[in-house]
Write a protein that binds this ligand. Structure first.
Ligand code: NAP
Ligand code: GLV
Length: 310
């Protein structure tokens, strides 16, 4: 069975391949890139693979994604409908995502951004005490990432609600299910944290109209995908005071171009798509176990429902 490792962004692919070969007995894994010829691969382990991967390797029978999101992968030409795509499930990402959400939220709710400004001016000015009821958080997407974020923020005693397609029952987290409930979810939310997958249904969901339904002083945290946000709407929403700030980890174009207006806007905090990284050891262990199960014909989790797009 020929396995290829096809990632255009992983630094040091050789170390990943070495670990994967150790974890998958008998496997020989080829580092596949733009310059590789066709090797006749049976399985692919991928992240941001070259555009023509499936055209050049039509024999691929299953694809193992080195991340949670499969939006880029599902767009590639030549990926047949009957080829299973298996995504990463947590593997150490959910706790990072929850940590990132805490970082973004408390900078606003505890005035830490303001204190940083005041320090620059050598001013000792305690801001208003926090009243948690004034900071209701809404989490879009209640899957592996969103559920962990919601649980973490509920443990910090913020009022938390989660929105998903099917609803998710978690202690101390109000559940909203389906598109009909989106207006009510937005109307009770001040800090909106997006952890949705990017699909045809969710693209552009964060826009002038939806963000305009949030509570006064609203704050946006986007850790899903850049394509969720209508980026041209953001600065006008900040200028009009509908939003008080935003923390963005993902962008429609990555890296964010140096001339992009978001860089220079003090109301926007930017991180370079690092909210939850695929950690090498955890990822290798999970992918190796998924490949073992696949080859043994055992049940697998993390299979992407191609018709839903996640
Ligand atoms: P997941 O477990 O598949 O969860 C997806 C959630 O979104 C589910 O709760 C699902 O609802 C909900 N959802 C999907 N489409 C919906 C729709 N049309 N309406 C309402 N809810 C919808 O995925 P995950 O592991 O949590 O990852 C989510 C996303 O996070 C990834 O796709 C990726 O884009 C992003 N991510 C970003 C980073 C980063 O570093 N920035 C890292 C990892 C992941 P149901 O529960 O009803 O199915
Ligand atoms: C990262 O963005 C992922 O989807 O795992």
């Amino acid at each position: 069975m020929k396995i290829i490792f096809a990632s255009s962004t992983t630094s040091d692919p050789d170390s990943w391949i070495r670990l994967l070969e150790e974890a998958i007995p008998g496997a020989e894994i080829v580092n596949w890139s733009d310059n590789s010829g066709t090797v006749g691969a049976d399985l692919a382990i991928t992240w941001s693979p070259p555009h023509d991967l499936f055209l050049r390797e039509p024999g691929i029978q299953a694809v193992f994604n080195l991340g949670a999101g499969v939006d880029a992968l599902l767009k590639l030409p030549g990926l047949r409908d009957n080829v299973p795509v298996i995504r990463l499930e947590d593997a150490g990402m959910a706790v990072q995502m929850a940590e990132y959400a805490v970082y973004a939220l408390v900078r606003a709710s505890r005035s830490f951004d303001r204190y940083q400004q005041l320090q620059g001016e050598r001013r000792w000015e305690p801001q208003q005490d926090i009243r948690r009821r004034n900071w209701p958080v809404g989490v879009l997407g209640m899957g592996v990432m969103g559920a962990r974020v919601a649980q973490m923020l509920a443990a910090l005693e913020y009022p938390v609600a989660g929105w998903s397609r099917s609803g998710k029952a978690l202690p101390d987290v109000q559940s909203f299910a389906g598109s009909d409930t989106l207006p009510a979810f937005l109307a009770r939310t001040r800090v909106l944290i997006n952890t949705l997958p990017l699909t045809p249904e969710t693209r552009g969901l964060l826009n002038r109209e939806t963000l305009g339904q949030l509570l006064p002083g609203a704050y946006l945290v986007n850790v899903g995908r850049g394509g969720h946000l209508v980026e041209d709407d953001l600065i006008p929403l900040l200028d009009s005071g509908v939003l008080s700030g935003a923390t963005l980890d993902v962008f429609s174009q990555e890296p964010l171009p140096t001339g992009h207006p978001f860089w220079a806007d003090p109301r926007i905090t930017i991180t370079p798509h690092v909210a939850a990284a695929s950690l090498r050891e955890e990822t290798v262990a999970q992918v190796a176990e998924k490949i073992r199960r696949y080859r043994a014909g055992e049940a697998l989790t993390g299979i992407v429902a191609r018709e839903r797009g996640y």
